[in-house]
Design a protein around this ligand. Structure first.
Ligand SMILES: *Cc1c(COP(=O)(O)O)cnc(C)c1O
Length: 437
């Protein structure tokens, strides 16, 4: 039983897979590992820590310690894309409103990892502090600033292609922990330099992300006072990402944008191991139920979630097993094996996954800069491919089948910009000057 999308993905071709196992939310909810209460609990924890974060990071003073990102219209970019993909036809999908969620500008970490990564460090910190009797839930958490000495007795370690290491390393070091980041070969030099400048220990590996994680985990397990952030299995990361949906609901309300059966919301999320897009999708489905349609984006050389979900193999399959290189300019997505936790929870929820050639990441990066003056990293640009996938033959058929075509003029599309603000000027320029075939 060959699945055409799996064959296309294995041949490194662009493809668009629609999830045949997706269920109406009422039914899907019963199969999920997390409840709405879990997501609300995460949000409350983030709020408890806000006074402490505001005291640690001057850049968070204005937002009183809340790390959030703007949601903004991108009409010029949208027009340019709609024009390319012919989304003006009578019987096809109509132009909707296109917004960008600028997680590329999240404070402290400059990427979506500020949500999951930082949340996990805060959760661990709270547990340690409760256990040691230096903190109660009702305290003003800014008192934790006095306990750097206490936290320096603990180590936090993580394996990363770059951005997760940045978020966990920067936050751990700020609290006082000894922080060790195990970086895969894909990680860019500037990310390692930045971490070292903050006092984080960076270990480099020749192999890919999976190897850096395995090594880091083994080393961490040897030390009793070391905690390993496990991107592939962590419920905490997942919930930190999920909390994004609660804030997005408020932003949409503030803009007067309705989301309901008559006003569908389409969200496009770049996917690596699946934690960030998976957690965000979980949150969005709890908030907007069947009115939201979520799609993941992957590079053609790393379609790990597509293979894991479409072939039903979850984390047992890697892109290398199918002869793909796993190499991509979208370093944040350079992951060969999906998270089983994410794949499992996405089975009844996710609408689909599309893949994108590397050359488009850079084309869309340039175009966004030209049309809107916004710069984000190549990984984040994968999100734009969602509009193309939806406007294409398969996307249009999906919309017709779901009764979405006639509502498409009232639809809202959110392109999730997952990273980029910490990119140094020269790296930014190098990407903008690079033209791939
Ligand atoms: C990590 C990352 C993603 C994807 O997150 P996963 O949890 O690995 O799926 C997307 N974009 C950027 C810029 C990232 O750093």
């Amino acid at each position: 039983m060959a699945i055409p999308e799996v064959e296309e993905a294995a041949a490194a071709k662009e493809t668009f897979w629609l999830n045949p196992d997706r269920l109406p939310f009422d039914q899907a909810e019963k199969e999920l590992s997390f409840t709405m209460e879990d997501i609300l609990d995460a949000q409350r924890r983030i709020r408890r820590f806000a006074p402490f974060l505001a005291a640690c990071f001057p850049e968070l003073e204005e937002s009183a310690g809340i790390i959030e990102s703007p949601l903004q219209d991108i009409p010029a970019m949208a027009d340019s894309l709609w024009k390319d993909w012919g989304m003006t036809g009578q019987d096809g999908i109509q132009k909707g409103r296109v917004l960008i969620k600028l997680d590329s500008e999240l404070a402290v970490a400059g990427s979506v990892k500020a949500r999951g990564g930082i949340y996990e460090v805060l959760k661990v910190t709270e547990e340690l502090a409760f256990r040691a009797g230096i903190l109660k839930e009702t305290d003003d958490y800014s008192r934790l600033k006095e306990y750097r000495e206490f936290f320096s007795g603990y180590t936090i370690q993580v394996g990363s292609t770059g951005n997760l290491g940045l978020s966990i390393g920067i936050m751990s070091a700020a609290i006082g922990y000894r922080a060790v980041v195990h970086m895969s070969a894909d990680a860019r030099q500037w990310k390692k330099d930045l971490l070292r400048s903050k006092g984080v220990i960076v270990k480099e590996y020749e192999g890919d992300y999976g190897e850096a994680v395995a090594e880091g985990r083994a080393l961490s397990d040897k030390e009793e006072t070391s905690y390993f952030v496990d991107d592939e299995h962590s419920s905490r990361l997942f919930l930190g990402y999920a909390a994004a949906a609660l804030h997005l609901r408020k932003q949409l309300e503030e803009k007067g944008i309705p989301v309901d059966c008559d006003h569908p919301l389409f969200v496009y999320l770049p996917c690596g191991v699946g934690g960030a897009p998976g957690g965000i999708t979980l949150g969005l489905k709890y908030v907007f139920r069947d009115a939201v349609h979520c799609f993941f984006a992957e590079p053609v050389q790393c379609p790990c979630m597509l293979l894991g979900m479409a072939a039903g193999e979850g984390e047992r399959i890697s892109v290398q097993d199918l002869g793909l290189t796993g190499r991509t300019i979208a370093d944040g997505l350079a992951v060969g094996r999906p998270s089983g936790l994410a794949a499992g929870n996405m089975k009844p929820l996710l609408d689909g996954i599309y893949t994108v050639k590397d050359s488009y990441f850079l084309d869309w990066m340039r175009r966004l800069k030209e049309t809107e003056g916004i710069v984000m990293e190549p990984s984040a640009c994968a999100a734009f491919g969602g509009l193309r996938a939806l406007a294409g033959k398969k996307g249009t058929a999906y919309c017709r089948e779901q009764g979405l075509l006639e509502k498409s003029a009232r639809a809202t599309h959110i392109v999730w910009a997952t990273g980029g603000s910490l990119m140094p000027e020269d790296v930014r320029e190098e990407y903008l000057q690079t033209h791939l075939q």
